[in-house]
Design a protein around this ligand. Structure first.
Ligand SMILES: *Cc1c(COP(=O)(O)O)cnc(C)c1O
Length: 469
């Protein structure tokens, strides 16, 4: 890597008097701003010529790694397939320039998009009504739990304040329940990685009349299909609770089975994961919530207007591009790819739960633990080989979780390339563990101190100068 390009801030490239622009002469007579509106001191802005500015930001942009740069095996929260045609459609000025306060009769096309998307999601999930207001998956979870809470309260069932969440659940599940003011009851997983029905029965027998809902992800965050949903739904409905489905990663289910048919009452979908839309660094997202008939009157107001429209637009484009028949191939292809990688690596990486996985799977670090090489080291070393790291240390069930999700449309060559690099890293761990412990070696920034970066982030230039003094 060329070090010249890194490490300098735009402020450090500044030279007094340099300009990259020229403004037309101001034709207006002088106007003095009122004193109270004026700065007390000069704004500290960098002064650079045009080429310096362009090169600085172009070089910075090339330090990014995304799905367009290379393989991105992140599991669970992954960015899945983002067809380029969706970007073109979302960029059409007729959609792009809509204003949320436009009169209703001028946005009939946009309303038709929303109505069509709702019908498509209903067909795919078996749930009758959707709200598109939530801006993210976690926002959808909160919205869905508010629906459930409103439902119980409307029946005078005010003591139902507990939500059952499996120990393998995505962290947002218990967090959303807590934000909604509900308490969390954790249900254990079996050695097979599925919800422990005996443990659940015991919870229900003790707490049944206080249970507001059970939240589930299926396939769960270990990538395993929960086979006892009908029994679980019967238990929860039997005690008066509702079933919540976390559909952040709905791709393996598309056209194969529907949460509504399995007994779920409320769910959210991450349009930005399952139905494309590049996202990262917190957005943009859309977490529509679907409910079964009779629950739609409990939708709360969680945002103004209609939600994140261009994310919805991309979702509809994705669904219509594939169509009723091809959408059924998404799940099986993602499942095939995940199982291919898993089977090709399980002799060198520890597979705690063997068997067929769905769209993703979890290793518990390297098989040979004697080298001291951790999942963190493997993930960092992958960066040297030009791959994005997989999801690491999640789910929390294993010490060295390393979670891989290849998505449906990766080529065999890409999967083979990843497999051979993962095998090479396992070999390096045998012969040169230090190489892994100090990785990455070829990125602009090497191994950072995660704790320090999280606890004492230095995010302003001024602070950097102060710290140095
Ligand atoms: C990503 C994810 C969420 C949260 O979605 P956000 O849009 O990041 O808020 C919830 N559950 C699961 C299983 C997820 O993968």
């Amino acid at each position: 890597m060329n070090n010249r390009l890194y490490g300098k801030l735009i402020f450090e490239l500044s030279h007094e008097g340099r300009k990259g622009y020229s403004l037309p002469r101001n034709p207006f007579p002088q106007y003095e701003l009122p004193d109270e509106l004026r700065r007390k001191e000069e704004a500290q802005l960098p002064e650079c010529d045009e080429l310096t500015v362009v090169r600085h930001y172009t070089n910075l942009s090339q330090n990014n790694f995304g799905v367009d740069n290379g393989f991105y095996p992140l599991g669970s929260c992954t960015m899945k397939y983002n067809p380029k045609i969706n970007e073109e459609i979302a960029a059409l000025p007729q959609f792009q320039n809509l204003h949320p306060l436009q009169p209703s009769y001028t946005v009939k096309g946009a309303k038709a998009v929303v109505a069509m998307l709702e019908r498509s999601l209903s067909a795919l999930t078996g749930l009758a009504h959707f709200t598109f207001k939530p801006y993210a998956g976690a926002h959808g979870e909160l919205t869905g739990l508010m629906v459930i809470d409103n439902y119980h309260r409307s029946r005078g069932d005010k003591q139902r304040r507990k939500v059952i969440v499996p120990d393998s659940a995505h962290g947002t599940n218990p967090a959303s329940a807590a934000v909604c003011g509900l308490e969390i009851l954790e249900v254990k997983s079996t050695a097979e990685g599925l919800v422990d029905l005996a443990d659940l029965e015991q919870l229900v027998s003790q707490e049944g009349s206080n249970v507001a809902a059970m939240m589930m992800t299926n396939p769960n965050t270990l990538g395993l299909f929960e086979r006892q949903i009908p029994e679980i739904a019967q238990l929860i409905h039997g005690c008066g609770g509702l079933m919540y489905y976390d559909g952040a990663n709905l791709n393996p289910m598309l056209g194969a089975c529907r949460p509504g048919d399995m007994g779920f009452d409320v769910m959210h979908i991450n349009l930005h994961k399952t139905f494309s839309t590049p996202h990262g660094g917190g957005g943009p997202g859309s977490g529509p919530v679907g409910v079964r008939e009779g629950l739609q009157q409990y939708f709360p107001m969680v945002s103004p207007y209609q939600g994140n429209f261009t994310v919805m637009l991309r979702a509809l484009a994705y669904i219509l591009t594939l169509g009723r028949d091809q959408i059924k191939e998404v799940g099986p292809l993602a499942t095939l790819n995940a199982n291919y990688i898993k089977e090709s690596l399980k002799d060198v990486y520890e597979l705690p739960i063997d068997g067929l996985c769905c769209h993703e799977f979890v290793f518990d670090g390297l098989k040979d633990k004697s080298t001291g090489v951790t999942t963190m080291d493997v993930a960092k070393r992958l960066l040297d080989y030009g791959y994005h790291a997989p999801t690491i240390y999640f789910p929390l069930l294993f010490h060295e979780s390393l979670m891989v999700e290849p998505t449906e449309n990766e080529s065999l060559e890409t999967l083979d390339g990843f497999i051979s690099v993962m095998r090479r890293i396992a070999e390096e761990a045998q012969h040169d563990p230090e190489l892994l412990k100090t990785a990455p070696h070829s990125t602009p920034i090497g191994r950072v101190d995660d704790v320090l970066a999280a606890k004492h982030p230095v995010v302003t230039y001024r602070q950097l100068v102060n710290d140095e003094n």
